[in-house]
Design a protein around this ligand. Structure first.
Ligand SMILES: [Zn+2]
Length: 193
């Protein structure tokens, strides 16, 4: 009898562990949404979030379409230098997304919720508000002419050369952080190797 109670307790405990693995939530339009395991514990420290005075706009020629891309000033300088070096090797890429504030992130998710998507599904491909590395200002999503990005010459070039300009691939294949591979997402760490 004692063993049975013990077993039941273990089952209840492991069930609750599984169901309530993350106690973090975000509020969007007065609705509270549960954060899933992938994002749990990855809320960005608000002191790290870039302020507008920390940011510089990339030259239009290095922005995808008509986008206006802002990243931290040092990162922007390094990105321009990197793009120029790539051009010498006949490789062309642009920035598709740079700094995104938590409120912008919230707006993006709000739009997808209105389109009828489930929150859990949305945060499989986009960070919940307050969780995006893009809010720090050093991250940039890169675009090039060919698709998929992982098979492009630009990706190959970045893999070989980006570290010389202080950029790293934040979520490489098989990473434990996001689980998914984001070959287009690069981050300036400022360390020229
Ligand atoms: Zn990104």
């Amino acid at each position: 009898m004692k063993i049975n109670i013990f077993l039941i307790l273990i089952i209840i405990f492991s069930f609750s562990e599984h169901t309530f693995a993350c106690d973090e939530t975000v509020m969007i339009d007065s609705v509270e949404y549960q954060i899933d395991d992938v994002w749990c514990g990855k809320l960005i420290d608000t002191t790290l979030i870039a302020q507008y005075e920390d940011l510089a706009r990339l030259p239009d020629s290095l922005c995808y379409k008509e986008y206006k891309i802002y990243i931290r000033t040092d990162a922007a300088k390094a990105f321009v230098a990197m793009a120029q070096a790539a051009l010498v090797d006949s490789i062309f890429f642009t920035g598709k997304s740079g700094f995104r504030s938590p409120s912008y992130q919230k707006q993006m998710i709000r739009r997808r919720l209105k389109e009828g998507k489930e929150f859990a599904e949305i945060i499989r491909y986009a960070a919940p508000p307050g969780y995006s590395g893009h809010s720090i200002g050093n991250s940039i999503d890169i675009a090039t002419e060919s698709y998929p990005f992982s098979k492009s010459k630009a990706y190959q070039w970045l893999t070989d050369n980006a570290s010389k300009f202080g950029f790293i691939e934040t979520y490489p294949k098989g990473n434990e952080t996001l689980k998914t591979w984001e070959p287009w997402h690069w981050e300036y760490i400022g360390e020229v190797k």
